[in-house]
Design a protein around this ligand. Structure first.
Ligand SMILES: Nc1ncnc2c1ncn2[C@@H]1O[C@H](COP(=O)(O)OP(=O)(O)OP(=O)(O)O)[C@@H](O)[C@H]1O
Ligand SMILES: [Mg+2]
Length: 381
């Protein structure tokens, strides 16, 4: 039988504590509230008497603030998962909280779905810390790495990478990591409406990455089974990130996921080329515009010079439209690599998904999803 998750709610504002309690009551979580605290010192006290699995911790509290309490508690009880609740949007605060040992954070005003999802994923992810929990045989993964690349911007690479990640989990049952390796202009965070999260930049800034635990604080759990590493927020950061750093992280991730999807940058810099080298599959995304097709031909020439074979490199044609002169038959003829699929153009649908931050894969009956799922099935065979 599953054990109820023991939760402490710490916030100096009574209404906030009540609201969180109500939110939990309406959720499907199996939980037990072991106490309410109005400041950090109370949490430290309570922890001595009652063991919690999860502490929902406000930052700004009197007597002892949430950051100090987090530090004290995480040193003493490493199995506790502190989830910071904060109005502070500055990544500096969040960074401090994560360095103090917090495992996750949510922004105020608290969204019920985000709250419940964060509690679930944080509890599950750190179950290995819990000596009281039955010891599960360590799961060994050896991820298949799939990169989406294009030599031209704006062809739909990120939209496809994001939705493929979701479909591979939701429909094909894989544990997926999506890495936004478009280090200069990555916009996966924006596409899922999570612009305030920590990114690859902070991960490499903070300390050397040696184990998966060093990577964990920077991973955004989009939902249980789909994790993401976001690209830096500013383009300048890209030049301080080396291919070796990225390779080390990918090697660590490989042991923890079934599939790693990489959304690459639109260039042939060393980080991108290395990601392609480390990929089992490289999917070149193209549209049907003459300039797009020309650039795709040039990319394929590069793939050939890198000795990537026909198993590894595939072409995905996006934004097909019957009104264009270029037909599917013409496309396959133009390339000496296989076209694994075609996705129709649907401006309204895709734009709406991007603007609302709700990916297509989450939208019921979205037209593009069926062909994309077929492509995903082919890819992971
Ligand atoms: N099948 C499609 N139908 C209609 N619009 C699409 C389709 N695919 C992508 N788009 C639109 O094309 C634009 C570019 O998409 P996206 O950002 O995914 O491309 P990208 O190749 O990653 O671009 P960038 O080079 O900027 O990273 C977006 O405005 C998106 O809404
Ligand atoms: Mg992109």
């Amino acid at each position: 039988m599953a054990v109820a998750i023991k939760i402490i709610i710490a916030d100096d504002v009574q209404e906030m504590r009540d609201m969180i309690e109500k939110m939990l009551m309406t959720s499907d979580l199996d939980y037990e509230i072991v106490g309410f605290c109005a400041n950090g010192a109370e949490v430290v006290d309570l922890m001595q008497k009652k063991k919690a699995d999860i502490i929902l911790m406000d930052i700004n509290m009197p007597v002892m603030n949430g950051l100090e309490a987090t530090q004290t508690i995480c040193e003493k009880y490493p199995q506790v998962r502190v989830i910071i609740m904060s109005v502070q949007q500055e990544s500096e605060y969040l960074k401090k909280a994560m360095l103090a040992g917090a495992k996750a954070y949510i922004m105020k005003p608290v969204d019920i779905d985000e709250l419940v999802d964060t509690i679930k994923t944080t509890y599950e992810r750190y179950q290995f810390l819990d000596t009281a929990a039955p010891v599960k045989a360590p799961q060994t993964h050896h991820a298949q790495v799939i990169s989406f690349f294009s030599a031209k911007g704006g062809v739909g690479k990120s939209m496809i990478a994001l939705n493929s990640a979701l479909l591979m989990h939701d429909k094909l049952g894989k544990k997926v990591m999506l890495v936004d390796l478009d280090l200069q202009f990555g916009d996966i965070a924006l596409m899922v409406n999570k612009q305030n999260e920590l990114t690859i930049k902070e991960m490499f800034d903070d300390s050397p990455i040696k184990t998966m635990e060093d990577v964990q604080p920077y991973i955004h759990s989009y939902k249980s089974g789909v994790d993401m590493l976001f690209a830096p927020k500013d383009p300048e950061s890209a030049e301080y990130i080396s291919k070796d750093q990225v390779n080390e992280v990918i090697e660590l991730l490989k042991k923890h996921y079934d599939i790693i999807i990489i959304d690459t940058g639109v260039n042939y810099d060393e980080v991108t080329l290395n990601a392609l080298d480390h990929s089992d599959r490289v999917i070149i995304v193209t549209n049907l515009e003459v300039t797009g097709l020309k650039n795709t031909k040039l990319s394929l020439r590069v793939m050939q010079s890198l000795n990537y074979d026909h198993q590894k490199v595939k072409i995905l044609v996006n934004m097909t439209n019957d009104k264009f002169g270029v037909t599917k038959a013409n496309v396959q003829k133009a390339f000496n690599y296989d076209v694994i699929g075609y996705l129709p153009e649907d401006i309204k649908l895709v734009r709406n998904a991007t603007n609302t931050g709700i990916p297509l894969a989450q939208v019921k009956n979205a037209s593009l999803i069926k062909p994309l799922l077929t492509i995903c099935q082919t890819l992971i065979k």
